[in-house]
Write a protein that binds this ligand. Sequence first.
Ligand code: TRP
Length: 452
Amino acid sequence: MSASNPDRGQWSSKLTFVLAAAGSAIGLGNIWRFPYVTAENGGGAFVLIYLAVVILLGFPVMLLELSLGRFSQKNPVGAIRAVRRRTPWVIVGFLGVFTGVAILSYYTVVAGWTVGYLVKSIGFHLRTADFGTFIADAPVQLGYFAFFLIATVGVVAGGVRDGIERMTRILMPVLLVLMLLLIARSLTLDGAMAGLRFYLIPDFSKITSHTLIYAIGQGFFSLSLGMGAMITYGSYLSKRENLVSSAAWVCSFDTLIAFLAGLIIFPALGGAPAKGGPTLVFVVLIDIFNNMPLGHWAAILFFFLLAIAALTSTVSLLEVATAYLVDERNMSRRKAVWLVGGATALLGIPSALSQGAVGFLSRLIPKGDGHMGFLDIMDFLFGNISLTLGALLLCLFGVYVWKMRHAVAEVVQGCEGFRSWWQLWRLALMILAPLAIGTMIVYILVTGETLG
Ligand code: TRP
C-alpha cells in the first residue's frame, strides 16, 4: 500500500506546517510578480479586485485543497482517486502535476536572477550592473538557472526541508523589517506621491477585460493554489490541526507581503509605469539600493532573503510531482526528485534564453509596444490560465463528487466552530468561483482574446 510508503512524512507541528505553507505561498509571486502585474493592469483598481479575489476565491479554494489533502493523505492524483476510484476527474490531478513542473521551469529562471544579483551586490557591482545585459547573457542565465534548480532538487531529495523551514522562521521577520525600511526609502523619493496614487487610488476606467483574468490568476499563483500544492502539503497534516485558521494565516501573510512589495515599487516609479514586464521590479529595486545609505548591504540582505523565499516556493512546486511519483508509482524519493528535476531543466532552458539571449524566443508574440517571450507565455499559460482552470475543476470536484458534507466533516476536525460557517464556504465553491472563472473562460473563448 502506498499509504505506508516510508518516503512519506508528517509535519512535526502546526507551526512547521504554517511556515511551510506560508513559505510556499510567499515568494517571487509576491515581490516580483504582484507589482508588475499590478502595474500592467491599471494600479489601484487591480489591487482592489485582487483583494476581493483572495477573500472570495483564494481562501475557500485553499481550505478545499487542505481538507482534501488531509482527508486523503495523498498527492493530487491520489487524492482524487481516494475519493472515487476510477474517474475521469484524475485529469485534474495530472493537470496539477504537470502545471507544477511547468511553473517550476520558468520560476527557477527568475529565482536565478535573485542569486545573480546577490552575487553582484556582494562583489560591489550593483552600480555598474545593467539588468538588460545580465538577463540576455546566455551562459550566465543557464548557469544561475541550473544552480537554483540543483539547490531545489537537493533540498527536496536530501530531506533538509525541516532545516530550511526552521530557517524561514527567523528569515521571514527579517524580510518583513527590511521591506519596511525599503518602503521608508521609497516613500521619501521624488514623485513618491504620484506613484502611491497610481497604486492605491482605484481608477475604474483602467479596468480592462484583462484585469479580472490577471487578478484571479495572480491570486491563485501567489497563494500556491490550483495545482495541488496545498493538497500535497495538507496531506502531511494531522487531524488535530485547525485548517480554517491555517488557511486564514497563510492568506493574510501572503497578501500582506505582496501589498508591501507594491509600497516599495510604486513610489519609486513616481507615477504610472511607462512599461511593465517581468524586469520592472528588478530594475526599480536596483535603483532604490543605489540611492540609499548602506544600499550595498541592504541589497545583499534583500537578494539573499528573496532567494530563500523563492527556494521555499520552488521546493513546494517540485514536491507535488515528487509526491505523485512516490505515492502512485512507488518510486524512491531520490529517483523521483531527479527525474522531475531533469524534465524541469529541459523545459526551463527556452525560458532562460528568452530575455534577449535568443532573439526569437524573446519575441514570440507582440504585446503592447513590446513583445512576449517564452517565459512570459509560460507564465501566462501555466501561472495563470492553467491554475485558474485547475481551481475551477477542483471546486466542481469538491462540490459534486467529494460532496460538501464530506469536505465539511474533514474541516470540522480541529475546528468545531466551522459547522455554523460551512454554507458560506459552499456558496464560494459552488457559485462564486465557477461564476467568476466561468465568465472569464467564456470571455476568452468568445472574443478569442488571449495574450496581448
Ligand atoms: N506562490 C508562490 C509565489 O508566490 C509560487 C508557488 C509555489 C506556486 N508553489 C506554487 C504557484 C503552486 C502556484 C502553485 O511565489
